[in-house]
Write a protein that binds this ligand. Structure first.
Ligand code: G3P
Length: 220
């Protein structure tokens, strides 16, 4: 995915869907085009390879390990992900937290492999600890709001602004996203008005009865 100033909409599938449904959803979402936003998906780890082979949409891994090829049983190799055509990876999601040592190592390897990194932070303290690692994206996601229908933009606007100020002061090139409960175009526009450069979202799209309609409405 070429670097672009367009705000990022990153749809995290988590492990909500079984393989066939995940592939089906990816095929549907790639029909949605936008001149205003960069659309990307983070499918389940078990279908990333298949999605990269079959679908032309920007794909993020939901997690990668700081390993290449070798004796790394059970790891998700960043080197292999790069070869598969993955654009980048989410890291340190509140559902997959990493030690700061592992996070630093993984961001370093991803940078070397030219894989974009979207590192999640649940608090301003985490934003302060993560920003010096200079990720591509830093996504502020308060745990309490994840999976709910109250958008972080409604519940925590001032914290989003503080996350943007804090991250940009430490790492001006890092783009700040926000996530948790984001489900409407108002939430998206509000997120952008608060200084973010996009959103990370999951259930409002992935669990929608009509994901294509939900995404089209989000980006209007
Ligand atoms: O990775 C994004 C996710 O944690 C937000 O979840 O369902 O509140 O959009 P959701």
């Amino acid at each position: 995915m070429k670097p672009t100033m367009k705000p990022l909409i990153l749809i995290n599938f988590k492990t909500y869907l079984k393989r066939t449904d995940g592939l089906e959803l990816t095929k549907k979402l790639m029909q949605v085009k936008s001149s205003k936003y960069t659309l990307a998906i983070a499918p389940s780890s078990l279908i990333v390879a298949e999605v990269c082979r079959k679908i032309s949409i920007a794909v993020f891994a939901q997690h990668l390990d700081p390993v290449g090829f070798g004796p790394h049983t059970g790891s998700l190799s960043a080197a292999e992900a790069k070869m598969l055509g993955v654009t980048g990876t989410i890291l340190n999601h509140s559902e997959k937290k990493l030690s700061s040592k592992t996070l630093q190592k993984t961001i370093g390897l991803c940078r070397k492999l030219r894989l974009q990194t979207c590192v999640c932070a649940s608090t301003i303290r985490e934003v302060k600890n993560i920003a010096p690692l200079k990720p591509t994206y830093l996504a502020y996601e308060p745990v309490a709001l994840i999976g709910g229908n109250i958008s972080v933009t409604e519940a925590r606007p001032e914290i989003i602004q503080e996350a943007v100020r804090t991250a940009k002061k430490i790492s001006p090139a890092t783009k700040v996203l926000c996530g948790a409960g984001v489900h409407s175009s108002e939430d998206l526009h509000h997120a952008l008005s608060l200084g973010t450069e996009g959103v990370l979202l999951a259930h409002a799209i992935v669990l929608s009865k009509d994901p294509v309609k939900a995404l089209k409405e989000l980006i209007t």
